[in-house]
Ligand binder design. Structure first.
Ligand SMILES: [Zn+2]
Length: 468
């Protein structure tokens, strides 16, 4: 490692105005104490650093991003296989993102969902640490993994494991991309069965098929070709990993929602025709009540200034709760969040600010908004060099907003049933929630939506819409 350059970059990072010195120091210490662990240093997982340093992710990530900007770190987008969690592709520029990926190990193609299977990691910039290491990651603990050993060049290493179940297993090296099939069949044997396995060049194991009986199997792995080769085995085929068993990770979608990412890397966009699937995103639409009358009564210039004030209040709260303003459509705003509760908090805070704002304004210049929130799958695209979403979730969110009254938040059933959202309602002291069966324009069937009235800001408004 080039220690001088590392220290220089750290010093530079600390000079930034508003730099969080405690976070930078913690990152520095974390790097120095893990420097000999090349796998960890080449795949710096922010939630792991947060856990080790006890500094919240929301404080660490901005420093990581400034560190990438300043040349201390590289930012890597890794696509993970939803079965073995192996890295199937890795890129440094968003323009290289692709909506599908293929796992050689599992021989399966999958959708590279940006909210699930695309993970962001950091590594030391090549000018500081030029050690080469393939992107390696451990499978989640739902998979029973046999062996887990590594052999240096020309080394032979042995491992013995007990196979009780007959069936097909894969043995592979996540470092070299080599693999083979282990077939366990026949009757149980008390004898230790022994196999010699060689790692050859061109990602090849020989033999690439092993037959054995249930019982103890000793494998001697000789590495004849690579600086390091390893061995893992697990049953085939693997089921898809469910979200609760995913290792801690920073997803691509979560990184998008950091304002620092957009400030520093906003120029990085998807390629024009690419559409990335996002398993779940929370979409918020807002609109000003009676803005047409406002323009008529106050004149364009004055009304426009009020609309600008309203944008300032909303944008600030959206950003503070790690949301993104995707676009404005006239006076309406579309924003996205990775969490339903964050969307609620941001709107709640904005509504409180509007109440304060209105106290300083004459009646005709007061601002009230109508809000709709929905979550679900969407497609992430590059529209005019900016991030945008498409899909039925987005359309439905807009339709839900259209039925909201002033100072009212309408949310879909999916949002209301999210425990984090529900708990936030309680925490914010919001108790006026009513359930309604409605028809939404352009959407088939009767839809259940919930109308949320905010006590603190309802003083001037009728509650008639809630008593339907
Ligand atoms: Zn796989």
């Amino acid at each position: 490692m080039n220690t001088d350059l590392f220290q220089q970059k750290i010093a530079l990072l600390k000079q930034r105005e508003h730099a969080n010195l405690i976070a930078i120091q913690a990152i520095e210490q974390w790097i120095l104490s893990n420097i000999s662990n090349i796998a960890k240093i080449h795949r710096i997982i922010p939630p792991v650093v947060a856990e080790d340093t006890q500094i919240p992710l929301s404080i660490l990530i901005p420093e990581f991003l400034y560190a990438v900007f300043g040349g201390l770190f590289d930012l890597n987008w890794n696509v993970h296989c939803p079965r073995c969690y192996g890295v199937t592709s890795s890129y440094q520029k968003l323009a290289q993102a692709h909506h599908r990926s293929y796992c050689k190990m599992c021989e399966a193609e999958f959708k590279a969902d940006f909210a699930q299977w695309v993970e962001v990691t950091f590594s030391l910039n090549k000018a500081i640490d030029d050690r080469e290491f393939p992107p390696l990651c451990s499978p989640p603990n739902t998979i029973k993994v046999y062996y887990q050993m590594g052999a240096d060049y020309l080394q032979t290493i042995s491992g013995t494991e007990k196979f009780e179940q007959t069936g097909v297993y894969a043995y592979k090296c996540p470092l070299t991309g080599s693999k083979g099939t282990l077939l366990i069949e026949g009757d149980f044997t008390e004898e230790i069965q022994e196999v010699n396995l060689s790692q050859l060049a061109n990602a090849t194991f020989t033999p690439d098929k092993i037959h054995a009986r249930p019982g103890m199997l000793k494998i001697n792995l000789t590495n004849l070709a690579y600086p390091l080769s390893g061995l893992q085995a697990h049953i085939m085929p693997l089921p898809e990993i469910t979200e609760e068993y995913l290792p801690p990770q920073l997803t691509g979608l979560a990184l998008f929602h950091y304002p620092e990412f957009r400030q520093l890397f906003g120029h990085q966009v998807l390629s024009q025709r690419e559409q990335l699937q996002v398993a779940s995103v929370t979409t918020v639409f807002t609109d000003i009540t009676g803005s047409t009358q406002m323009y008529e009564k106050l004149g364009d210039a004055t009304a426009y200034n009020i609309v600008r004030d309203h944008f300032d209040i909303l944008f600030k709260q959206i950003e503070q709760h790690r949301g993104i303003v995707i676009k404005t459509i006239g006076d309406a705003v579309m924003a996205s969040f990775t969490r339903n509760d964050a969307a609620l908090r941001s709107i709640f805070m904005a509504l409180q600010e509007f109440t304060r704002y209105n106290q300083t304004q004459p009646l005709e210049a007061q601002v009230y908004i109508k809000v709709g929130i929905h979550c679900g799958t969407a497609i992430l695209v590059n529209l005019n060099e900016k991030l945008d979403y498409f899909g039925s979730t987005i359309n439905k969110a807009a339709r839900i907003q259209a039925i909201a009254s002033s100072d009212e938040i309408c949310v879909s059933e999916q949002v209301c049933q999210d425990p984090a959202f529900f708990n936030t309602l309680k925490e914010l002291g919001i108790s006026q929630v009513s359930r309604h069966a409605v028809n939404l324009k352009g959407i088939d069937g009767v839809q259940t939506i919930y109308k949320i009235a905010l006590n603190k800001t309802m003083d001037n408004f009728s509650l008639s819409s809630l008593t339907q």
